[in-house]
Design a protein around this ligand. Structure first.
Ligand code: FAI
Length: 529
């Protein structure tokens, strides 16, 4: 018989949601209530009869609440193996009463950190007595029921109703598993805060991540893969998981990944000029800035309207009606932006499957953060690629100086190249990408593919020449040979931006000089895998 009747309960909660109802129901079932200071006060105010923990322990709660329940009268009552004669004798000798149910939720450590509280306040919000009780009760789930989440109170009511005021071992096991996961996440958040925020360690000797499950996704990258979204237990910042979904189908694993890529790139463009990014398979296939958002959309789409089909669209400003109308003319999976006016919402509503996501703000491209990737047998961690290159960081290495227009296009192309999988080649002209070559195993192929796409776009649009003519071209890493540069020159580029640093830089610079183009080195590369 695995059922244990609930006769005595200890309630000690920071989040007092639902605690009065829970205690009232228990009291009605004849359960004795024991409670700590603030919780006991709340229950008494609701007219319930409660025994103070200090009455059970014979010690006052002391040291600003640091010591309340840390006592053998409590932990003996939680940990005793009731069928063990020695344990039973110890309980008799010391007059320790069994505790059948523990309801605890912990000091709000993560919320305190997120609020920007000072160090002393953060430290004071490390709960010690609570996790100790949670662990004691969860370890002894053969006899004790532990609840750590107000969302489980309803399940307890059902359990007690179905089992005549008792809980089953199955229920206690389930709640114990949840309890240990809760204390592990809690301690992990504390460990992370000590390592990263307090000690400013880049890579602590040991690292455990506290995450809570968000959505369980239909499948992963492919239908035979399982997937779920997890969120950091502590402060998360702004990103796709924090966006609100206004309409559309459930987000898939690939939608989330692609929307993250689109949002990360569009956030590189200051909101004083509208920008649009179209992403396919985590690579941009069209990016533009313009005087109006609608113009930016048209220019981004013109880069590669074939690839844009089924794409993810991000903008750096609130969506308006004309832009939304234009976006809905092609099949679009997701649109993400920092807002949408009524006309835009109305336009999107005509495409009910289209997922419209709104963020409160764009992520800061220069924010600190770690990226993690799993490899067989381990994990790779690195700081985010927060490198931002401005005009002052550039060295002109050719005889010819770039014109202001070329320079602006080069810096634009460089921003885009940072978000294109390597080897990345990006042609840009007049604030819009003209051709993008992504993810090739050599730079020359990326260059050729980008030029070929630009030629196809020109043909589709009926232009006289591809927009690579007179463009600036960005290469995410140096040209190891001059062939990559030559194919860019052949495509019509008049300006090159690249990190430099190849042993053959001299050859590459000579080829640029020979063609009469301008070239700048950034001194920084942007591999992306
Ligand atoms: N010190 C202790 O012995 C102790 N025992 C329980 N707590 C916590 O005190 C909180 C409830 O306090 P109150 O009932 O006073 O509002 C709970 O979050 C519980 O986890 C404690 N606080 C911190 O460690």
């Amino acid at each position: 018989m695995d059922d244990v009747a609930i006769r005595r309960a200890l309630l000690s909660v920071s989040d007092k949601t639902g605690i009065v109802e829970l205690a009232s129901r228990l009291a009605k079932n004849g359960v004795e209530l024991v409670s700590t200071g603030g919780t006991a006060r709340a229950l008494r105010e609701a007219g319930l009869d409660v025994r103070d923990v200090s009455d059970v322990t014979g010690f006052p709660e002391m040291m600003d609440g640091r010591v309340k329940t840390l006592h053998p009268m409590i932990h003996g009552g939680l940990l005793a193996v009731r069928d063990d004669p020695d344990h039973a004798r110890a309980m008799d000798t010391h007059e320790i009463g069994a505790i059948d149910l523990v309801v605890v939720n912990l000091y709000p450590f993560a919320q305190t950190v997120a609020s920007g509280a000072d160090r002393d306040t953060v430290i004071e919000n490390i709960d010690i007595g609570g996790p100790s009780m949670v662990r004691s009760a969860a370890k002894n789930h053969a006899y004790v029921t532990i609840l750590t989440d107000p969302a489980d109170y309803a399940a307890l009511y059902e359990e007690l109703a179905d089992h005549d005021g008792a809980t089953t071992l199955v229920f206690r096991k389930r709640m114990a598993a949840k309890a240990f996961a809760a204390t592990a996440a809690y301690d992990s958040a504390i460990g992370q805060w000590f390592a990263f925020a307090d000690q400013q360690e880049r890579f602590p000797a040991s690292l455990s991540l506290a995450m809570t499950r968000g959505d369980t996704l239909r499948y992963g990258e492919n239908p035979h893969q399982h997937a779920a979204l997890y969120l950091p237990a502590g402060p998360a910042g702004m990103g796709v998981p924090q966006a609100s979904q206004v309409q559309g189908k459930e987000l898939s694993y690939n939608n989330l990944n692609d929307a993250d890529a689109a949002l990360g790139l569009v956030a590189e463009f200051p909101a004083d000029r509208p920008a649009v990014v179209i992403v396919k398979h985590a690579n941009p296939c069209g990016v533009a800035v313009a005087d109006t958002l609608h113009e930016a959309w048209e220019a981004a789409l013109a880069c590669d309207s074939v690839s844009a089909f089924g794409g993810i669209v991000a903008s750096n400003v609130s969506l308006d009606g004309p832009t939304a109308q234009a976006i809905t003319r092609i099949f679009t999976e997701v649109v993400i932006a920092p807002g949408a006016d009524d006309a835009a919402r109305q336009a999107f509503a005509a495409k009910p499957n289209l997922r419209l996501l709104l963020v409160d703000s764009l992520p800061d491209p220069a924010r600190f953060g770690l990226e993690m990737k799993s490899i067989a047998g381990g994990y790779l961690l690195q700081s985010r690629d927060d490198g931002v290159v401005g005009e002052g960081d550039l060295t002109v290495v050719t005889q010819r100086q770039p014109t202001p227009g070329e320079l602006a296009d080069a810096l634009f192309a460089w921003k885009v190249a940072k978000h294109v999988k390597s080897n990345a080649i990006v042609y840009a002209r007049d604030g819009a990408t003209a051709g993008i070559g992504a993810g090739q195993m050599n730079r020359r192929d990326s260059s050729r593919i980008a030029a070929q796409r630009a030629a196809e776009a020109a043909e589709a649009a009926g232009w006289d020449a591809p927009r690579t003519h007179g463009s600036a071209v960005a290469s995410d890493a140096f040209f190891p040979f001059k062939d990559g540069l030559l194919s860019a020159i052949e495509a019509g580029a008049t300006m090159v931006i690249q990190p430099g640093g190849s042993t053959r830089d001299d050859e590459v610079i000579a080829a640029a000089d020979e063609a009469g183009i301008a070239m700048v080195f950034t001194g920084k590369r942007h591999f992306r895998h």
